[in-house]
Design a protein around this ligand. Structure first.
Ligand code: MG
Length: 346
């Protein structure tokens, strides 16, 4: 198979600030991946995050170059390829995810079926996605809330000093379902105190209150609060799920953390058997990986696949969102096509 890479620059509508990272107005590149086999091209995309194993765009490009022999010449051996990539490149999850997405796209196109069909899933069973409001002044956060009026589920970033005030202001202005994401911003005692203060605002769940790796801390929070807790930064691969069971209520899976659709499926099934509910989330990605992820959401209770709504130059057209409901494309493979006049593939 032939592999080509290029960079795409996605522009956030507002600088995307979370508790552990200040947002920037500058576009950060993602790596676009094309894998060609007998004239059919599968598309993938990698969004590395230094937070997970120190992966960078340079590392993604290098990994893909070195992975050519692993990718081989049979696109149908996706599981074998995914496992070999894990052994050879354990610290390059986004590169592996990009290759995995491109191979699934390629296989779906060759067979002429959309991915949900390849997975045997019912496209009517996609969940509603939340719409995310990044940290900012309360005034700007309320402006963003107004722009999100059509979405029935709002996810608010917290994990900062004035977060109770933020949530109160948001709740005073919407009846939507509210989810919060502290992005590791609290200590255990702070989390217990704040979560108890937040209870009156009717919160569905709170993502990642504390730094990853502190399972006893998560369990202590769960014992002393009444809002459901979801692991995100703590939820990287199938192996950690056993540690999280009993400490949290749910997990947030993202293709760029878990190395793609092969491992995402495993994590969803493992989580199910451990009694953990699953949300499918995303990083700063275009509609291409977002749509790939969306094809697995009939297996998940929650979705947070909204980045296409938060960027201004999506190069692709893929999943659609109608009043929060995820609508999958019917095209073969991932089903993301180049958007007319959109994006900036370099
Ligand atoms: Mg999160």
């Amino acid at each position: 198979m032939k592999i080509k890479t290029s960079l795409i620059y996605l522009q956030h509508k507002y600088p995307f600030t979370i508790a552990r990272r200040k947002g920037t107005a500058e576009a950060v590149p993602n790596v676009r991946i094309e894998i060609e086999h007998e004239g059919v091209v599968g598309l993938g995309e990698a969004r590395p995050s230094a937070f997970y194993g120190g992966e960078t765009v340079e590392i993604v490009l290098q990994t893909i170059e070195q992975a050519k022999d692993v990718i081989g010449d049979n696109p149908f051996l996706i599981e074998d390829i995914a496992h070999e990539l894990l052994l050879r490149f354990p610290n390059s999850p986004a590169a592996a995810a990009g290759i995995d997405i491109a191979l699934h796209d390629l296989v779906g196109k060759k067979l002429g079926v959309p991915l949900y069909q390849l997975f045997g899933l019912n496209p009517q069973k996609t969940p509603l996605t939340s719409y995310t409001i990044g940290l900012d002044s309360i005034e700007i956060m309320l402006k963003k809330l107004k722009e999100a009026a059509q979405y029935p589920i709002i996810k608010v970033k917290v994990g900062v000093e004035n977060d109770i005030e933020i949530v109160k202001a948001i709740r005073d202005n919407t009846d939507a379902v509210l989810r919060l994401d502290a992005n590791t911003g609290w200590t255990v005692s702070e989390a217990i105190k704040k979560i108890n203060q937040l209870e009156k605002y009717g919160i569905e769940f709170i993502e990642q209150p504390i730094k990853p790796g502190d399972y006893a801390g998560l369990a202590e929070i769960k014992r002393n609060t009444n809002i459901a807790i979801m692991a995100d930064e703590d939820c990287t691969c199938p192996q950690v799920l056993g540690n999280l069971a009993g400490c949290v209520d749910s997990i947030n899976i993202k293709l760029m953390k878990c190395r793609g659709l092969c491992f995402a499926k495993k994590m969803i099934n493992t989580a199910d058997s451990l009694g953990l509910k699953v949300m499918f989330g995303c990083m700063t990605e275009s509609s291409l990986p977002l749509t790939a992820a969306a094809h697995l959401t009939p297996m998940t209770k929650y979705a947070d696949l909204d980045m296409q709504l938060l960027i201004t130059n999506d190069p692709y057209e893929g999943l659609k969102v109608s009043e929060g409901k995820i609508i999958l494309p019917q095209r073969p493979g991932v089903g993301a096509v180049e958007a007319a006049g959109g994006g900036n593939v370099l």
